[in-house]
Design a protein around this ligand. Sequence first.
Ligand code: DQA
Length: 143
Amino acid sequence: MKVLVIHGPNLNLLGKREKGIYGRKSLKEINNEILSLASELRIKVGTAQLNSEGEILDVIQKGDYDVLIINPAAYTHTSVAILDAIAAVDKPAIEVHLSNIHKREDFRRKSFIAGVAVGQISGFGSESYLLALRAAKNIRSRK
Ligand code: DQA
């Protein structure tokens, strides 16, 4: 089984960006934690950080994964295009957020991705990705 983890816009700045909200770990440290759990769980994992919506769509459409773990970052709250791409590819997707998007500004409560995701993991910091990886291991089908 191959899992692809997509980190959306501005997540390359983790460790420097709003540390009180997103934590002190860099994206590299988080990716290392993901890779180390993946080898423990015997799952193949690829990671990508993409700032532009079009690049995210290209990687989703390529479909080179069995399960998608995605932190769409700000596109969570705006992107019908990412919603449509996930629906089109018809592979299970897990939505991840470091912060709890439901207890922040009102505009962050709305996720366009949630309706096409198997589930959403939000608010556990970098641990959110690790919980998603454990969930990915057990996913059989999307619906
Ligand atoms: C985020 C939450 C989003 O609202 C925000 O735009 C991000 C990061 C998170 O991981 O908590 O960039 O997806």
